[in-house]
Design a protein around this ligand. Structure first.
Ligand SMILES: Cc1ncc(COP(=O)(O)O)c(C=O)c1O
Length: 479
């Protein structure tokens, strides 16, 4: 068997799978028991004997596809994971085969150049000055910078590391003095707390900023919060804003928050892992208004930009903040050398970095900026339309008018009822939905990631939820 014939087998199998997923001919998800999957895939046999190629590979892939979550199925309304564009999947293939760990330029000049270009493209969308193409010549000047990271969580950690270096340059060597406080709303993504833990700030040193009924940060509360922090002899490390929040997809008002941080000299980090893609759309860009006042921004391509996992970006207004964030030496990697490109290594937590930029670039180059913008607009619009539809149903409660492509609702009954409904919907295999706590209540949650999902799919889902709910009621199983 040759590589090409195996590739042909896999390519055809993928093509068939995606086509049947898109028409709804296969379920979104079937969850078989772990031991059954290991047995069916004959993992033990091939691990011992090898030889998984040709007809055996065909059987294996077919079997594997029985056990995937089919993101391309329009009933997928689940977590914030990109339903990948096929161009980007080709990027994954190329990277998998060439495996260029491009954090140092000489280990992947093409991938590094694409990352440099992609970071600049994103900086321009934010309104920050892109990095010059001859970085060495202007290293002291103020211009934007960034790095692609293996996920938004790492981008957030990298941002807060840079923020700490900015305010406490010696903390890297000497550790924290215990006086730093991170300001953030309670509904930030858990990776923010995790970063506070990893950086040794201590999660109890997160000062929670009050939010309004929609869960958006209330900027009027900021002066009082800062006064309290200072009265306790503490110093803010940074303020983290959501753009948008994970649970319900609501944007914090970035302009007044940014003005406050600018006036008080506080590092503003905007967590736009999901919602920064609104920057692409003339219709929705206003949701990110004021982002240019921030010091740093997390923006995931593997959420709203159709790029397979993982590809996220950490962007900074001033490249020096990220260039000095980590203070390290590794003689086998960091040494003086003349080179025609740029090393990202000193900007990243990761040492080995995959060619993430390639994956995202192949989506961008296939769809064009306008195509990507249209995707974002259509998904945001679908959430608005679905909200309108749900508002007509007198048995459904909708806590928040969506600002992005995330929509939450609940039916009458307890939190347990919502979870039971989700469990039954998932077991049927036609839809995949999630659930979240919001203002201490459990909601069902739809995230419109799939470009093929339509209002009709939402209506079908709601019809089924209604039927299941009626069954629960008649069986008196509703909490
Ligand atoms: C606002 C926000 N920040 C960060 C993350 C984490 O990103 P990742 O899953 O890429 O690590 C998420 C994921 O859902 C998110 O919604």
């Amino acid at each position: 068997m040759t590589f090409l014939s195996d590739l042909d087998i896999v390519a055809h199998a993928l093509d068939r799978q995606i086509a049947s997923a898109r028409t709804g001919a296969v379920p979104v998800l079937v969850q078989r028991p772990l031991a059954e999957i290991i047995g069916n895939l004959q993992l033990d046999r091939y691990a011992r004997a090898g030889g998984l190629e040709g007809a055996a590979l065909e059987g294996f892939v077919k079997n594997y596809f029985q056990n995937i979550i089919n993101l391309h199925q329009p009933g997928y309304m689940g977590h914030q994971v990109a339903v990948p564009h096929q161009g980007a999947a080709l990027g994954t293939l190329i990277d998998g085969f060439t495996n260029n760990p491009m954090a140092i330029y000489e280990m992947g000049p093409g991938a590094a150049a694409i990352e440099y270009f992609v970071v600049n493209w994103m900086l321009e969308k934010v309104g920050w000055k892109p990095s010059p193409l001859e970085p060495e010549s202007q290293s002291q000047a103020a211009f934007g910078g960034g790095v692609l990271t293996h996920g938004g969580s790492l981008a957030n950690l990298t941002a807060l590391t840079a923020a700490r270096t900015a305010i406490r340059p010696h903390a890297w060597r000497d550790g924290n003095r215990g006086d730093l406080v991170l300001m953030a709303p309670a509904n930030n993504h858990y990776s923010i707390e995790r970063a506070a833990g990893i950086l040794g700030l201590g999660t109890s040193n997160i000062f929670r900023i009050p939010t309004d009924a929609r869960g958006a940060m209330d900027p009027r509360s900021l002066p009082q919060a800062l006064a309290r922090i200072r009265a306790e002899g503490k110093t803010p490390l940074a303020l983290v804003a959501n753009a948008c929040s994970t649970a319900v997809g609501v944007y914090d008002p970035l302009r007044p928050i940014g003005e406050f941080c600018r006036d008080e000299g506080i590092w503003l980090h905007v967590d736009g892992a999901h919602g920064a893609s609104a920057l692409l759309s003339p219709t929705y860009r206003h949701l990110m208004d004021g982002v240019e006042l921030a010091s740093s921004l997390t923006w995931d391509a593997h959420k709203m930009m159709r790029t397979p996992s993982v590809c996220a970006a950490l962007l900074v207004r001033d490249h020096r903040a990220i260039d000095t964030a980590f203070d390290q030496e590794a003689s086998y990697l960091f040494h003086d050398k003349e080179q025609p490109g740029f090393d990202f290594l000193h900007r990243a937590v990761e040492c080995t970095k995959s060619a993430m930029g390639l994956k995202f670039y192949l989506v961008l180059a296939a769809l064009g900026e306008e195509g990507l913008a249209q995707y974002v607009e259509r998904r945001f619009q679908l959430a608005a339309d679905a909200y309108g539809y749900l508002r007509e149903l007198d048995w459904v409660e909708t806590p928040v008018m969506p600002e992005s492509n995330i929509l939450c609702f609940r039916v009458p009954g307890s939190d347990a009822t919502q979870l039971e409904l989700r469990k039954r919907i998932l077991a049927e295999g036609n839809f995949y939905i999630t659930s979240t706590l919001f203002q201490n209540k459990r909601y069902l949650r739809l995230v419109f990631m799939n470009p093929d999902t339509s209002l009709d799919d939402v209506k079908r889902l709601m019809g089924r939820i209604r039927e299941i709910d009626a069954t629960l009621e008649s069986m008196n199983e509703r909490g």
